[in-house]
Ligand binder design. Structure first.
Ligand SMILES: Nc1ncnc2c1ncn2[C@@H]1O[C@H](COP(=O)(O)OP(=O)(O)O)[C@@H](O)[C@H]1O
Ligand SMILES: C=C(OP(=O)(O)O)C(=O)O
Ligand SMILES: [Ca+2]
Ligand SMILES: [Mn+2]
Length: 659
């Protein structure tokens, strides 16, 4: 250390600064030596550049006289907890965990935890029986976005800073979720509690196979020089907050979760304790196909009893966010709280709207509204006290993103934002949002406060409007319809959308997707459980249901056009303001939907779909075709009672298409 390593003021008086005569600044003699640089080598000089801060970057050996014991003890326990998380279940002991970057110079003292037995049992003597227990695992704990940028750029191929400051990354071979590779441990409890079988997203796996995959993931993570650990929260409702730990191998994954989960304050982090749920993301490493239940090299495994999720063979970051969402779909209903795959925003008068819809239907786009407060774009809870966002960030699609149409999302793509799978100019680093070379599912993940009118904390009163979004590529659903409660339930359970499969390959036929509760991939209980809760809450709080088609008009995909975002926004405005509630309505054939005759700012002729079709016969046929698809899909639900009220069940069954 330099002369002043004692912490006392320098005894020697600094020399007077030498004043040079050059006022242009082109002289070579701007001598600052008077300040007495506290470094004798370049390395030491560089070490001065970084001011130390605790606890987000706790690399220092701050074991001086002033370091209080409880802090030390807390830190030791934190490392011990991470070691326990990373412990092999077959070898008993957790790895030696070291805090800090393995590439850091030895001048940076690191904190160690030697072997600790799983579940925090002290090991008196340890006989070293395998090589992995001789190795240190470096832990990069809750790094800041800047630190994660550096890690990504240094070590992860395909990481670049874009012209707006976002971190562009590649998710590898998987650029979307892999629902068919999702497995859920079936045990005595979950066998009875969860939704299994036809239509269910929960494909069974046994406890033993889970442990095989868990061990595979943990061994992979421990074989690395370093792992990233995020300790964060889910759910802005303080009474129902869940502590999550994400162990991952990539800075990209750590930054993604930093943005998407709720970020703890320093105090909250110090008192974090044991997580309620842990994700082991070993996405670069495949699962072993010889393992029972494995049908590909990708596996995302949920174990509710162990409160753990294992990811193998996919680096798509959305798996982590949606995996945790599944967990919330299990935990929250147990507390009589409804979990919702919806966006949510609030007007200046406190009117809250929910936006349900499958991927690509407009939850993120329409909940991000410059005239309203954003509560969240994708995952919420509805309790007896109102709504709360589960997450701390948004995950926007950015294909064809434009500054003009979506200024708030555009401006959120800046330093700190993860930009997945986008294409950019190699020199200017300007992103080309129209380019689908890597995937059509390009994404931006940013902290919610990057949206200027985010509502912090992300909570609000009971919803006034429940908007069901469907992107109908058949072009027969009206741009907006007002729903009664039974219709709302019918469409909620159906969870319809029809996107166009591959826009590139000349595919003309839209394919209908039905996904119960607008999120069948994430629900854990039978859809009727969530539907009953939604009906009860909507009734109790007097919420109105709406069906909004954000898809085609004037014909199916290929002949018609997608409804202009500007029109959809006017429709949504009219819902929020209450003006649409008092409009004049007429009923449609087949679906029996109530459609308004006029809305300010929207051409009246588009409100009734058949007006926009040139070929009326084709319209009728397409309408009947879609009606038939709805009927077929709903057959699986006809034997279920929805809630306590048999009347409601009958009404819901009758609220579908009639022809
Ligand atoms: N009329 C419309 N309403 C909503 N979104 C539209 C409309 N027309 C085009 N879009 C585009 O559709 C996409 C909707 O995606 P997004 O809001 O991310 O859906 P989700 O959050 O439900 O997955 C966006 O890219 C948006 O620009
Ligand atoms: C991240 C996702 O959400 P959404 O497309 O609904 O925004 C997803 O479904 O993978
Ligand atoms: Ca979604
Ligand atoms: Mn979204």
């Amino acid at each position: 250390m330099a002369a002043n390593g004692t912490g006392l003021p320098m005894a020697r008086k600094p020399l007077a600064k030498i004043v040079t005569e050059d006022k242009q600044g082109n002289g070579m003699c701007h001598d600052d030596s008077a300040k007495g640089i506290k470094a004798q080598t370049i390395d030491e000089l560089h070490s001065l550049q970084k001011k130390r801060s605790a606890p987000t970057t706790p690399l220092e050996g701050n074991q001086g006289a002033f370091a209080s014991l409880p802090d030390d003890e807390r830190r030791r326990q934190q490392l011990q907890s991470i070691s326990a998380s990373l412990a092999s279940l077959t070898r008993g002991a957790g790895p030696k965990v070291v805090r800090g970057d393995p590439a850091a110079k030895s001048s940076q003292a690191v904190e160690h935890v030697a072997h600790r037995h799983h579940h925090h049992v002290e090991a008196p003597t340890i006989s070293v029986s395998d090589d992995s227990s001789l190795k240190f695992t470096h832990v990069l704990y809750n790094l800041s976005p800047a630190e994660l940028y550096e890690q990504a750029i240094k070590y992860e191929k395909g990481s670049f800073i874009t012209s707006s400051g976002a971190l562009a990354t590649l998710s590898g071979a998987k650029t979307g979720r892999s629902p068919r590779d999702k497995r859920v441990v079936m045990d005595d409890t979950t066998q009875n509690e969860l939704w299994w079988g036809r239509g269910s997203p929960n494909i069974e796996m046994d406890e033993h196979t889970f442990l095989v995959n868990r061990e595979r993931a943990v061994d992979y993570l421990n074989s690395l020089d370093k792992v990233f650990v995020n300790d964060q929260f889910l759910n802005w409702d303080p009474q129902n907050r869940i502590k999550v730990r994400i162990v991952s191998a990539r800075a990209y994954h750590s930054l993604f979760m930093h943005n998407m989960c709720i970020r703890p304050t320093d105090e909250e982090l110090e008192n974090f304790g044991t997580p309620d749920f842990t994700i082991y993301n070993a996405g670069q490493f495949p699962c072993n196909r010889y393992t029972h239940y494995m049908t590909s090299s990708t596996s995302t495994d949920l174990n509710l009893a162990r409160k753990e999720m294992v990811i193998l063979g996919t680096q798509y970051a959305g798996e982590m966010k949606k995996g945790l969402f599944s967990v919330m779909h299990y935990l929250m209903p147990k507390r009589q709280i409804l979990s919702l795959h919806s966006g949510c925003n609030m007007g200046i008068d406190g009117d809250v709207a929910l936006f349900f819809g499958l991927s690509g239907t407009g939850k993120t786009t329409l909940s991000t509204d410059h005239n309203r407060y954003l509560i969240g774009d994708d995952e919420h809870c509805w309790s007896d006290y109102g709504v709360s966002n589960i997450e701390g960030g948004c995950y926007a699609k950015c294909i064809d993103l434009s500054r003009e149409k979506e200024p708030d999302i555009w401006n959120a793509i800046k330093f700190g934002t993860v930009l997945e799978n986008v294409v950019f100019d190699e020199h200017t680093r300007e992103v080309e949002y129209g380019d689908k070379s890597v995937t059509e599912n390009t994404r931006a993940a940013y902290p919610i406060e990057y949206i200027p009118n985010a509502k912090l904390p992300c909570i609000g009163p009971h919803p006034k409007n429940v908007i069901l979004l469907a992107c109908d590529a058949f072009g027969v659903l009206p741009p907006v319809s007002k729903l009664n409660l039974a219709q709302t339930m019918y469409h909620f359970i159906s969870g319809y959308t029809a996107l166009v499969a591959g826009t590139e390959d000349g595919i003309k036929e839209p394919t209908a997707t039905f996904s119960a509760c607008f999120g069948a991939a994430f629900i854990m209980l039978h859809p009727t459980k969530y539907a009953a809760m939604l009906a009860e809450k909507m009734q109790k709080h007097g919420a109105t249901g709406w069906l909004v088609n954000t898809g085609w008009s004037g014909g199916s995909y290929g002949s018609g056009n997608r409804i202009k975002l500007a029109y959809t926004r006017r429709i949504i405005d009219a819902i929020h303001s209450g003006s649409l509630l008092n409009a004049t309505y007429e009923k449609t054939d087949v679906f029996g939907l109530e459609i308004p005759t006029e809305i300010e700012g929207v051409p009246s002729e588009i409100l009734r779909p058949e007006n926009t079709w040139g070929d009326k016969k084709a319209y009728k046929n397409t309408l009947l075709k879609l009606g038939g698809l709805f009927k077929n899909n709903f057959e699986t639900f006809t034997n279920y009672k929805i809630g306590k009220d048999t009347m409601l069940t009958q009404e819901i069954l009758a609220a579908g298409p009639n022809f």
